[in-house]
Design a protein around this ligand. Structure first.
Ligand code: NAP
Ligand code: MG
Length: 481
């Protein structure tokens, strides 16, 4: 049989201009930082730029700027006028979509096909969606003329850098809050390009402030007394630390944390479509997805067939240069994350699960991990309980629907789940039993700005997206200051 290889189809990086060094974006202007750190391209370890390491003084200046903008301008502006700025930002993001996509793939390691077709269009869609809300807050469910909280401190992770920024900034601004946002240490570049978009849109100074840095910068933002609300997306451990830090204060919080999503396949599921859904569920974005379908639960009588087809499909996953338009699986975001994935995979070996990966050659430089499945996984194994946050699928089996639900819910998390079955009544039954914030049926990893997203148990507090997410940035007119 003749096999056809794909010729390289590299996206040009000439569309982006990366400066050798960046400062913070405070009060509408870029200001120099004191110390700096490097952000690299995880696909080849090239240093892309030097980024300012925000300290407590930088946070203080940014919070002050956000407070002044809140009191003097943004909270006083009619919703219709705020909406115009959000529309303008959304349109500029669309116009500069290629620039954003290339920059995101360079800084994060994700395939250009995903940043181009998913991350960046969805980020723009979040601004369009919330622009529409800005003058309709009376319909948010909090009564007449609900009010913003004030200054929002927002901290985001590295897996969907621009998209997480959009999830945070768009609803905050639509509701009339001003923000100080800290991007993740390994992926600050698209947030800094977004700062330029704010300038281009002539957003009033201080409405959006971006302070780059590491965990200490985030911690200074959480602790700042001038912040009224914290919105955090990241690990459950840091989320718990934030909850403890703000417990004695009046700060409001939403926390979007980790997950260990179950993807349940019943024996009447359409197998070929299901295999696509399994691949999308765990290998999308290198598995760096909080709502990934990282625990596959297969009904025992079809397990062999599904696994055989899954292996054939996995052998077709193209791993390599994120800027190649053919690439399906890009680089792992950092050396630290690669170390974590390797450590958990090794625990899978030593605890007795069977590892399988297709033959694939990985680039020499950069951080890479082949798409991997573990079969023979039991509920006691670490790889069935802990979030791996990488392209690693743990496969378990079940005999009855009740057993499937019990195993799916046997986790401290509760962010997402998937159900595959041709029977509508079984899908409805299963979704009612599953303790997860988002449940997909016969699909996986579908996102929409109008749809609330968030978890049960240790997966978080509150929702983002839709009316539910918007209300986290509002209080009723009667609420105390
Ligand atoms: P992380 O270590 O918790 O970091 C998240 C953000 O918090 C980063 O900006 C980080 O800065 C900052 N940070 C670290 N320590 C902090 C502290 N003590 N106080 C305040 N901020 C601090 O998480 P991650 O490893 O980057 O991201 C992966 C995690 O995010 C996974 O567990 C994943 O499930 C979760 N996630 C959840 C969702 C959701 O919507 N539920 C979405 C995406 C990801 P540095 O980057 O400088 O460390
Ligand atoms: Mg980077």
């Amino acid at each position: 049989m003749t096999t056809f290889e794909y010729a390289p189809a590299l996206e040009s990086r000439s569309i982006v201009t990366i400066k050798p060094e960046y400062g913070h974006f405070i009060n509408g202007a870029f200001v120099d930082g004191v110390d700096h750190f490097a952000t690299i391209n995880p696909a080849n370890e090239e240093i892309l730029s030097r980024i300012a390491l925000g300290n407590a003084e930088d946070i203080d200046r940014a919070v002050d700027a956000a407070r002044v903008a809140y009191e003097a301008t943004w909270s006083k502006m009619p919703g219709k006028e705020r909406g115009k700025y959000l529309y303008r930002i959304a349109r500029i993001m669309q116009e500069r979509a290629r620039e954003f996509a290339v920059l995101e793939s360079l800084d994060n390691g994700k395939p250009i096909r995903e940043s181009r077709d998913i991350d960046i269009p969805l980020a723009g869609a979040h601004f369009f969606y919330h622009a529409g809300w800005a003058d309709k807050l009376d319909y948010a469910g909090l009564g007449h003329a609900p009010r913003p909280h004030g200054v929002a401190g927002q901290i985001i992770p590295w897996n969907f850098p621009l998209l997480m920024l959009a999830w945070k900034i768009a609803p905050a601004l639509a509701a009339g809050n001003t923000v100080v946002l800290k991007p993740a240490e390994t992926t600050p570049l698209t947030a800094l390009l977004f700062a330029q978009v704010c300038q281009q849109a002539e957003l009033p100074a201080g409405v959006v402030n971006i302070v780059t840095g590491d965990g200490r910068t985030g911690s200074a933002l959480v602790d700042h007394p001038g912040v009224d609300k914290i919105a955090f997306t990241g690990s459950t451990d840091v989320g718990k630390a934030i909850a403890r830090a703000i417990a004695p204060t009046k700060k409001k919080a939403t926390l979007e944390l980790g997950g260990k999503g179950a993807n349940i396949v019943f024996d009447d599921a359409p197998i070929d479509e299901t295999v696509e859904g399994i691949v999308n569920g765990i290998f999308f974005n290198q598995g760096h997805v909080c709502c990934a379908g990282s625990r596959l639960l297969l009904q025992e009588n079809i397990a062999e067939e599904v696994l055989a087809k899954l292996k054939v499909r996995m052998a077709k996953i193209r791993v390599g240069d994120p800027l190649d338009k053919n690439t399906d699986l890009g680089a792992i975001n950092s050396a630290a994350q690669l170390g974590k994935i390797r450590e958990l995979a090794t625990s899978g070996d030593s605890e007795g699960a069977q590892r399988w990966s297709p033959a694939c050659s990985l680039p020499k430089n950069g951080f890479w991990f082949a798409p991997t499945i573990f079969t023979g996984v039991t509920q006691a194994h670490r790889i069935a309980r802990e979030e791996i946050f990488g392209p690693v699928l743990s496969v378990l089996t079940f005999r009855t629907p009740a057993e499937a639900i019990e195993k799916a819910n046997n986790t401290p998390y509760g962010l997402s789940a998937g159900v595959w079955s041709e029977k509508g009544s079984r899908i409805l039954w299963a979704t009612q039993q599953l303790k997860a914030g988002v449940i997909w049926a016969n699909t996986f990893n579908k996102f929409d700005p109008a749809s609330p997203f968030g978890g049960y148990k240790e997966s978080g507090w509150g929702r983002e997206g839709g009316r539910h997410g918007l209300t986290a940035y509002l209080k009723s007119a009667e609420a105390q200051q």
